[in-house]
Structures are given as structure tokens and as C-alpha cells.
Design a binder for this molecule. Structure first.
Ligand code: PMP
Ligand code: GLU
Length: 402
């Protein structure tokens, strides 16, 4: 049998660039290479103790059967309560759908709302999987470019200009992966002003980095009264509670969107794992403002951001913005395009990453998969010692280029 049995749908997408680079670094490490992986976006902290205890108890209590498709009632209630407590949002538990990670939540939403050719407006740089999830759902990503000089911020005028009669959704991410950009309450209100004029456009607000915000308290666009019926909030426990491997994400959505996602999920996964859900319940019940765990994690990320920006500043030709959240820096490295060490020529950000992987044993992710080919993404979700060593090696490798 030949691979032409594969569908056009699966041929239309690429391997996730973040996961590809992580796979490559694992392979090289297995071959004995001393790779520093600044490619994957996941906290290097351990899941908090009480969350792990809740999972162990779930096993002992035999909470090991299928849960309701949209998640256990107790977890959906706790998420509705969290949205009220932390974000001032009013959702009924019936409007919450729990999935296998926020990635599946996003896939559920776009599979549920898009017909072939429907448009989704996304500001670039965007997280790698957005464009491919939209493709899988046979939609069309309408990408709006933003630039580093303006902190990669989209303007309301750019948003307005991108909306057409085919626009089904606007996909918004603050704090942002990969740029760390955090929009202010005023900026978010200005987007809402534009979007309320388009009541048939769904606003999909990916708030997975809500807790990793150095500029103050997170503001959800769902808190803007005039557009609240247009909003799907996407969130989860992966980043804020260092629970990436547990695979729990969720949406809070208009009832018909929640029902559609539940119907889809019921045919595809039957819902998320029961043990992970019980662990997530303990995580979301924890009032975040009192969480020493979270305060510590955010303080550590902020220190690392400051250190990384300072170290990058010492390398010629690397331009950065000042990220206010998440745990990434997304520098413009185009200064190095066209340069060579005598044997390898760097034409683009992909080559730049391959050069550093080979010569510095440091794994980064190239910016083209985030919609900005001048940049690369550096994750600082790793120890200060490794960050220092990685930047030292990057500096030495880049010095050899002419
Ligand atoms: N959105 C963004 C912006 C992300 O960076 C991630 C991280 N993978 C996700 C969604 C998905 O998170 P998860 O599936 O682990 O909940
Ligand atoms: N969100 C993380 C990243 O951007 C995890 C990997 C992924 O799912 O893309 O690296």
C-alpha cells in the first residue's frame, strides 16, 4: 500500500514545529549529544503536591471509569467558579467543556464552527498549532502581521480591516506564545469595540498563559459586557499548574458551541481521562491569588526573563521586545541571514536554528512556523544555569559568522 491513501486533510498540515524540535533534541540527546533544549514551552516545575495526591486518591477511590463526555460535573462547577473568582465571568457549568488539553479544546471549537473556506483572523506571530488546526477544519487563516517595534501588538484598525463577510472567528492570545505580549484592559476594550459591530464573529480567546503575567492581573476579553455572547474562553491547567502531561484544557462558551464541542468529543475521545480530571479539580479549586506555588513560579520566570534579555542584549544583531508574560522571548535574528561560517550558510530562521542545533547544541524553534520568518523562539522555562550556558554557546557560534 502507498501513502497516497492518506487524506488531503492530513497532507495539508505539517508536524508541529515545537514538537518537531523537541523530538530532534531528544534524538540527539539519546545519541549522547549535550543538547540544551530551549524549544519546548512547558514549565520545568513539578506539578504541585496536593494535585498529585488528588490523582493518587482518584485511583484508590476507583474513579477510573468513563466520565461524562464534557467532564465531571464537579470539575465543570469548579471551573465556572474559577472563572467568576479570577476573571469576573459568569458561566454555568453546562457551558464548560473539559478536553484533553487546550489544544484539543481549540480543535473542537474550529471543527465545530468552520465550513470549507471560512476565515479565521489571527494576529502573527501566533502559536504554531493555530494555523494547522484551522487547516484541518478546512478553514482559512487570515494572518495579520504585527512588528517587534510595536511589541508585536495588533491595532484595532488592523483587526477591522481583516474582517470580511467570510470571517467566522478572531483568535486572540494574551499573554502570547511566542512573543510574551500582554494586552492592556484598554487595548482589549478597543478590540471589543470593533468586534461588537460584527456580532456573528466568534472571539476565541486563548488564555492558557493567564497566570504567567508580569505586568499585573490578567484581563479576559470575556469580561467586556458588549461582546460576552461572542466569546469562547480557552484555558487549562498545563501552564499555570505545571500539568502539561496531564492533558486537561477547557472552554467556556455560548451553550450551542459547548454542545457542539461535546457532541464532537463524544465521537472522538469520549472525554478526558478521569484521573487527570480529579487532579485538575484540585488545581482549579486553589484560589490563585493565595497560591505560594504560583507566586514563586511567576517570580522565577520573571527573573529568568530579565536575565535572558540582558544576555541576548550582549550579542550583536539580536533584537528583542520586552515580553510581559508567558515564558518565551521571540528575537529578530534576520541580521544573520546571508552570513556563513565558511561551510554552512544561514538563509532563514530555520537555517539559523539548525546551525545553532549543530554548532552550539542549543535547540530553538524557527519563527516561520509562528508566522514571522525573521525571528526565532527561545523558551526560558528551564534553569538559569542552562539558560546562561545556552546563550554563551549561541554567542560563540554566532561570532563565527560572516
Ligand atoms: N495555546 C497556547 C498558546 C499554547 O502555548 C499551548 C501549549 N501547548 C496550548 C494552547 C495548548 O496547551 P495544552 O494542550 O497543553 O493545554
Ligand atoms: N505550547 C508548547 C509550545 O509552544 C507546547 C508544545 C506544543 O504543544 O506546541 O512549545
Amino acid at each position: 500500500m502507498k501513502d497516497n491513501i492518506l487524506s488531503k486533510r492530513i497532507r495539508s498540515i505539517t508536524e508541529s514545529a515545537t514538537l518537531e524540535m523537541t523530538r530532534r533534541s531528544r534524538e540527539l540527546k539519546a545519541q549522547g549529544r549535550d543538547i540544551i533544549a530551549l524549544s519546548i514551552g512547558e514549565p520545568d516545575f513539578d506539578t504541585p503536591g496536593p494535585v498529585k495526591e488528588a490523582a493518587k486518591k482518584a485511583i484508590d477511590d476507583n474513579i477510573t471509569h468513563y466520565s461524562p463526555v464534557a467532564g465531571f460535573a464537579a470539575l465543570r462547577e469548579a471551573i465556572a467558579h474559577k472563572l467568576k473568582r479570577d476573571n469576573g465571568l459568569n458561566y454555568k457549568a453546562s457551558q464548560i467543556v473539559v478536553s484533553n488539553g487546550a489544544k484539543q479544546s481549540l480543535a473542537n471549537v474550529f471543527m465545530s464552527i468552520l465550513n470549507p473556506g471560512d476565515e479565521v483572523v489571527i494576529p502573527a506571530p501566533y502559536w504554531v498549532s493555530y494555523a494547522d488546526i484551522i487547516k484541518l477544519a478546512e478553514g482559512k487563516a487570515v494572518v495579520i502581521h504585527t512588528d517587534i517595534q510595536h511589541d508585536f501588538k495588533l491595532s484595532p484598525a488592523q483587526l477591522e480591516a481583516a474582517i470580511t463577510s467570510k470571517t467566522k472567528a478572531f483568535l486572540f492570545n494574551s499573554p502570547s506564545n511566542p512573543t510574551g505580549t500582554v494586552y492592556t484592559a484598554e487595548e482589549i476594550k478597543a478590540f471589543a469595540e470593533v468586534l461588537k459591530k460584527h456580532p456573528d464573529v466568534l472571539i476565541v480567546s486563548d488564555e492558557i498563559y493567564e497566570h504567567i503575567n508580569f505586568s499585573g492581573k490578567h484581563v479576559s476579553i470575556a469580561a467586556v459586557e458588549s461582546v460576552k455572547d461572542q466569546i469562547v474562553v480557552v484555558n487549562g491547567v498545563s501552564k499555570g499548574y505545571a500539568m502539561t502531561g496531564w492533558r486537561i484544557g477547557y472552554i467556556a462558551a455560548p451553550q450551542f458551541v459547548a454542545d457542539a464541542c461535546t457532541k464532537l468529543q463524544g465521537q472522538i475521545t469520549s472525554g478526558p481521562g478521569s484521573i487527570s480530571q480529579m487532579a485538575a479539580l484540585t488545581a482549579v479549586e486553589n484560589p490563585t491569588q493565595d497560591s505560594d506555588y504560583l507566586h514563586h513560579m511567576v517570580a522565577v520566570f520573571k527573573e529568568r526573563r530579565d536575565m535572558l534579555l540582558k544576555l541576548l542584549d550582549e550579542i550583536p544583531g539580536i533584537k528583542t521586545n520586552r515580553p510581559q508574560g508567558a515564558f518565551y522571548v521571540f528575537p529578530d535574528v534576520s541580521y544573520y541571514f546571508g552570513k556563513t561560517d565558511g561551510s554552512f550558510k544561514i538563509n532563514d530562521s530555520y537555517d539559523f536554528c539548525m546551525y545553532l542545533l549543530d554548532k552550539a547544541c542549543v535547540a530553538l524553534v524557527s519563527g516561520d512556523s509562528f508566522g514571522d520568518p525573521a525571528c526565532v523562539r527561545i523558551s526560558y522555562a528551564t534553569s538559569t544555569d542552562l539558560i546562561k550556558e545556552a546563550v554563551r554557546r549561541i554567542g560563540i557560534a554566532l561570532e563565527k559568522l560572516n
